[in-house]
Design a protein around this ligand. Structure first.
Ligand SMILES: NC(=O)c1ccc[n+]([C@@H]2O[C@H](COP(=O)([O-])OP(=O)(O)OC[C@H]3O[C@@H](n4cnc5c(N)ncnc54)[C@H](O)[C@@H]3O)[C@@H](O)[C@H]2O)c1
Length: 479
């Protein structure tokens, strides 16, 4: 049993002000695998005070010095990547091979992309030839609170902590209390990199405790949050009285528009993407919109993908999907599958209950619904499980209308050999990202959404700029 009750505050591991144990559950076994602490206001206040005290010196370091620290973090992170994958696999159920090669690797990928973006990042820029004595200065926002979810834990932590460091901010990270082990390891990595005390702090806790304290704290200038739309709204309201910057990465209900001229692998790729990470990705293409001539064939392919997707405990090596993260998520997904059946969608694979042979653990059957009608609950709500909804369409306009008729707007997908059509749709789909013909976002591209998916932009240049205030200066001396 892992016992990690301490928080990382002011460069040291410290016991919580008041003991408050919290059990971490291994979703593959439903057994307790670790004990952490939930912080109280006193812990949060101590971490914010440390970050505030460290801010002037850190904000004043040369960019090259901050870059050197981040390069050191990357070096240690790579050395400990297998350990990181194991922590993620245990805490949230990603299969061990995938946890190392995708989940933990996502963190390394973001750090590398930030390093590249930072090398030509300009903190002082001319406004333009029309105003030769005006400069635009980008300055660190200050002390920032980072609140992260359990589904891609290191992906999210690196997308926040690394640009905050590069920008010159100091910070308090509150990872998900459901999956805190990877973040505790990240704090060890930061500690080993030798950052000045107080620049990076970690306090474990829940949303109502540490999360709310950070969101309302007068010395915290910004909250960078990834998680549910529900919590994002609560944080925005809580942060209003202190007029913080609030950057939100929230839920999604991605549409994958597959036209009859799509490449051979499009349906298979879309179904696999939906089931990856047991469906627990905010950008998952969960609504597969298929042009009528391809519709029956697409259902057959999706069924085959579901039936051949192996579900197994997270510690097993090889290609499979693991459990979903918790009993609460399992129950929510079961409820939505039941709702799909009740509302008349056609169940073509999977369904209620656990896969055969798995009687313990939060395992969900890869599930495919066909004949899903826009407006059905499974078409509207984010399920966050391995559940695909297939919807037929006859015209491009109809597909576009269905895709855009959602409160979310994170990633949409288009599969077609017609380049003109792809470009047209890319501009008309209401989302922060559009991925076409299986091409994923390029290194350093901004990740973020519109509408109820939140409007943060993380990664690369954009991700660094989120942690900077813009100052306009006129009467500047010199060139
Ligand atoms: N857009 C993205 O980039 C992105 C990425 C991953 C996950 N997500 C979304 O995250 C959700 C799943 O994650 P989750 O269940 O951990 O979400 P969640 O919102 O319940 O929790 C996320 C984090 O917020 C904290 N929190 C909860 N309520 C809070 C409050 N009132 N004040 C302050 N903090 C609070 C939690 O403790 C946790 O650290 C899904 O909806 C998913 O789509 C979005």
């Amino acid at each position: 049993m892992i016992e990690k009750r301490d928080f990382y505050i002011n460069g040291r591991w410290v016991a919580p002000a008041t003991p408050h144990d919290c059990e971490v559950i291994d979703p593959s076994t439903e057994e307790v695998c670790a004990v952490i602490s939930l912080g109280a206001d006193a812990d949060t206040d101590a971490a914010v005070a440390a970050a505030k005290a460290a801010l002037p010196a850190w904000a004043g370091t040369a960019p090259a010095e901050r870059l050197a620290y981040v390069e050191k973090i990357l070096e240690i992170y790579k050395r400990r990547q297998a350990e990181m994958g194991a922590a993620i696999s245990l805490e949230m159920g990603a299969p061990i091979d995938m946890a190392v090669s995708d989940q933990a690797e996502a963190g390394a990928w973001h750090i590398r992309n930030f390093i590249t973006a930072f090398k030509d990042f300009e903190f002082l820029r001319p406004l333009g030839p029309q105003a030769p004595q005006t400069r635009i200065a980008l300055e660190p926002v200050g002390v920032v609170g980072l609140i992260t979810p359990w589904n891609w834990p290191m992906n999210q932590v690196t997308l926040k902590a690394i640009p905050a460091l590069l920008a010159g901010c100091t910070m308090v990270l509150k990872p998900s209390e459901i999956a805190p082990l990877s973040s505790l390891l990240f704090a060890e990595i930061v500690d080993e990199a030798g950052l000045p005390p107080g620049v990076f702090n970690l306090v474990n806790g829940d949303g109502l405790g540490v999360g709310t304290r950070l969101s309302t704290h007068p010395d915290v200038e910004m909250i960078s949050f990834t998680g549910s739309t529900r919590a994002g709204i609560a944080i925005t309201k809580a942060a209003a009285d202190t007029v913080k910057r609030v950057c939100l990465e929230l839920g999604g209900k991605g549409a994958n528009l597959i036209f009859a001229d799509a490449d051979e692998g499009a349906v298979r790729r879309g179904a696999r993407h939906c089931f990856n990470n047991s469906g627990q990705s905010c950008n998952a293409p969960t609504r597969m919109l298929v042009e009528r001539p391809l519709y029956d064939r697409a259902i057959d392919i999706a069924r085959e993908v579901a039936e051949t997707t192996r579900v197994a405990p997270a510690h097993e090596t090889g290609a499979h999907i693991g459990p979903v993260v918790s009993a609460a998520q399992y129950d929510k997904i079961q409820g939505l599958i039941a709702k799909g059946i009740e509302e008349g969608a056609r169940l073509v694979a999977g369904g209620l209950g656990r896969p055969d042979g798995l009687n313990r653990g939060y395992f969900v059957r890869p599930t495919v619904f066909a004949d899903v009608v826009p407006g059905m609950t499974i078409e509207k709500e984010e399920i966050f499980g391995p559940v695909l909804s297939i919807i037929p369409f006859d015209t491009e306009e109809e597909a576009l209308a269905i895709a855009n008729d959602t409160i979310y707007g994170l990633t949409n997908y288009v599969q077609s050999q017609d380049g003109e059509r792809r470009n047209r749709l890319a501009r008309r789909l209401k989302s922060g990202m559009v991925e076409m013909n299986g091409q994923s976002r390029g290194a350093g591209a901004p990740f973020g959404g519109v509408k109820s998916s939140g409007r943060a932009r993380e990664g690369g240049h954009w991700g660094i700029e989120e942690f900077l205030d813009v100052k306009a200066i006129s009467g500047w001396h010199g060139a």
